[in-house]
Write a protein that binds this ligand. Sequence first.
Ligand code: 5RP
Length: 226
Amino acid sequence: MIEAEKQIAAKAALQYIKSNMVVGLGTGSTANYFIRYLGEAVKNEALHTVKCVATSKASNALAREVGLEVIPLNTISKIDVTVDGADEFDSDLNLIKGGGGALVQEKIIASLSSQFIVITDAKKKVPTLGAFKLPVEVFEFASMPILNKLAALGLHPILRKDALGTVFISDNGNTIIDLDLQKIEQPQRLQELLQSIPGILDHGLFLGFASVVLMGVQGKVIEFTT
Ligand code: 5RP
């Protein structure tokens, strides 16, 4: 059910892609569906001369596997469209992202994109952001002092670990601290606070980035726009 919702949202995002575009590829299971559909569209020549930039090693590898041309971000000056998933979105199309630990690259690529399209299943739509733990990427060598600082601020930090209890390390070699906030009533204020702490690279609040959210639900796609 959820997989079907992700798939139809991912397929619907293809309508935003035209030949000769530079396309940003998100990270995660929904973004993976999009990467596969885009690969098919290029292979069957529905689209041509599409160049891609990837937000993670995993997306880069999948894109190459399905025959897409992936170029380094440093070789281009603009991205036409980026298609990515999200962990939550609200009615203003503000997002929580970073469940897959790729939030730093995802935000950079979103910020350089003329259009940022988000694709989700129906569970991602929330009245208030925060039930999903907010990921924060921090320099590994400062993980514990930053975790203590976030705890002192009442932000309920949890150092991310994998199923075996090993500390999660991002593609950038950093740790992720997840904030168990339940409800983020003032996302802008929280963003300012997190950005003011040295050693925090970035956080998973994507405020004002998304222009469109395509949400799969019960065999249909609902399009939300700003
Ligand atoms: C990765 C992300 C993903 O887009 C987000 O976690 C959603 O993943 P999925 O499509 O697997 O539900 O932000 O850092």
